[in-house]
Design a binder for this molecule. Structure first.
Ligand SMILES: C[S@@+](CC[C@H](N)C(=O)[O-])C[C@H]1O[C@@H](n2cnc3c(N)ncnc32)[C@H](O)[C@@H]1O
Length: 507
């Protein structure tokens, strides 16, 4: 009797097809067909199998509905795999390197709606250049887009797409290559951080797009290429990493998009199910006359006036002017303080434990990483610069200083004042006076304040981490150089309206 659960039917179909000698993509197509006639159900059941890798069982196994392996007679096992037979093995690392995370149906509907709304003129042709198993193709089909195209590198995911979206023209190819002009491009491009990208491919991308620099995620060139594939006036809507909309690695893309297209939707940052990443939807009309930035209608010149040109849903008209007024009567923190990260204790050929110990000893230096600072814990460092990845100078840690953990997530900055010569790890920023007259406690107060949080948010977008360059650039009121006791609002000469705006953004 076939199971009533489409996932179980899909697994059984894959196991039978593979045991009969079919390849992984063909077996995935069998899984999608066996899951049932509802394409969304087939997609949900067959996609995890397509994202797994075929492997041979080294002993008898059981498999549960989420493809976890168990003992063959485990109560959660929905299928048995005899030793030597093929089974779909979860492959989290391969999945991360390909950016193979699949979009929930409701999010795909929102993306397609926003893309259609962004387009001017009729929309006949729709493309997802990283279509995976076809989520967006199904959503485009339901929205009435007549000609569907899907591309992906993953043959198994494409085999599922061919079952669930049979009218789509599918190609196994690099979605960043150029192609015919489309009325609408939608999708969720691969998010792949630099360390997971293949070196040669990364170099080729830099040669092709010379403006790419820094630690760019693959989503940056991919998003750029998506817009290039849309006809003038056509629509584009993508699910993008929220960090790409704020952080330096996405700056050039943001600037170029602001100058060349009309941004029509900027979604609130939201979690992406199944992956530890925050995403946001961005829709634009390709080649459309630039218009104020949604959702609050911020003039483009104001977004571009901010150093990070952040695509931030927090930004309101007038914010850039407020920041400019405040900066006109400020000096950057970096003018009076050296700011750097702490030491990287691990290095080539050795582990952290080789140089760090929980007990003091002769020649060992007091040390803390961000977590230790929060817990008030100290460890002991055997400082051997030649064995360290980034050794730093001992002077950075000597004397009074502020310690600011790098990860802030959704919190104000944490600031620890240190007068004990503590060494810190690279998860902590060190802020050390260089002949400054500013009292350290006052600067600590400034860094912890809502206003600093507001300035970081407005200038640099929502952030998960603060780096030395972020801290160096923070404005300190010039008036404090004479009168450090002056309250911040007066020191900056801000009226109540400006002040409340900063407090509101920083809350
Ligand atoms: C985040 S998934 C999105 C899958 C599908 N569109 C969805 O949202 O459910 C990204 C997809 O990009 C594919 N991919 C990675 N690099 C690619 C490339 N250079 N060209 C085309 N597809 C690529 C992966 O195989 C994966 O299916």
């Amino acid at each position: 009797m076939p199971s009533s659960d489409p996932r179980v039917r899909a697994i059984h179909a894959w196991l039978a097809a593979s045991a009969a000698g079919l390849g992984h993509p063909e077996a995935c197509a069998c899984a999608a067909r066996a899951a049932g006639p509802d394409p969304w159900q087939a997609l949900a059941a067959a996609t995890p199998i397509a994202r797994a890798c075929p492997a041979l069982a080294s002993r008898d196994l059981g498999v549960d509905v989420r493809l976890r392996t168990l003992t063959p007679d485990h109560p959660c096992a929905v299928a048995r795999v005899p030793a030597g037979a093929p089974f779909p093995q979860l492959a989290p690392q391969a999945r991360k390197s390909a950016g193979g995370f699949d979009t929930p149906r409701a999010m795909a509907y929102r993306v397609v709606r926003a893309g259609l709304d962004a387009a001017s003129g009729p929309v006949r042709r729709g493309l997802d250049p990283a279509c995976g198993s076809g989520t967006f193709l199904l959503a485009l089909h339901e929205a009435g887009v007549a000609e569907l195209r899907g591309e992906d590198l993953d043959a198994a995911a494409l085999a599922v797409a061919a079952v669930v979206a049979p009218s789509a023209h599918l190609q196994q190819r690099d979605g960043m290559r150029s192609g015919e002009a489309e009325d609408l491009v939608v999708g969720n491009p691969p998010f792949v951080p630099p360390e997971r990208q293949e070196k040669g491919a990364r170099l080729a991308l830099r040669q092709r797009l010379p403006w790419l620099h820094g630690r760019f995620d693959l989503a940056v060139p991919f998003a750029w290429c998506c817009a290039e594939r849309v006809r003038p006036g056509g629509g584009l809507c993508l699910v993008l990493p929220a960090s790409l909309l704020a952080q330096p690695y996405g700056l050039e893309l943001r600037r170029r998009w602001l100058a060349q297209h009309r941004i029509t939707v900027l979604g609130q940052p939201e979690p992406f199910p199944g992956a530890r990443v925050t995403v946001a939807l961005v829709a634009l009309q390709v080649g459309g006359v630039p218009a104020p930035m949604p959702p609050h209608g911020v003039p483009i010149e104001e977004v571009l006036a901010l150093p990070a040109a952040p695509f931030s849903t927090q930004l309101r008209p007038g914010d850039a002017g407020l920041i400019a007024r405040l900066r006109a009567v400020s000096v950057e923190l970096g003018a009076h303080f050296e700011v750097d990260t702490g030491v990287v204790v691990h290095g080539a050929g050795h582990r952290r434990a080789d140089l760090l110990s929980d007990l003091p000893g002769p020649g060992l230096l007091p040390y803390a990483d961000a977590r230790d600072l929060r817990r008030g814990r100290r460890r002991w460092l055997d400082y051997q610069p030649e064995r360290m990845h980034r050794p730093k100078r001992p002077a950075l840690f000597a004397g009074p200083k502020l310690l600011v953990p790098r990860v802030v997530a959704d919190r104000p900055l944490e600031v620890f004042e240190d007068h004990s010569g503590l060494w810190v790890g690279h998860t902590v920023n060190v802020v050390r006076p260089t002949g400054s007259v500013l009292p350290l406690a006052r600067v600590a107060e400034l860094l912890r304040s809502r206003v600093t949080r507001a300035i970081l948010r407005l200038e640099r977008g929502e952030r998960l981490d603060v780096y030395p360059r972020d801290l160096r650039s923070l404005p300190v009121p010039l008036a404090w150089l004479e009168l450090p006791a002056l309250d911040l609002q007066r020191a900056w000469g801000l009226d109540d309206q400006d002040w409340h705006r900063l407090e509101q953004v920083g809350a």
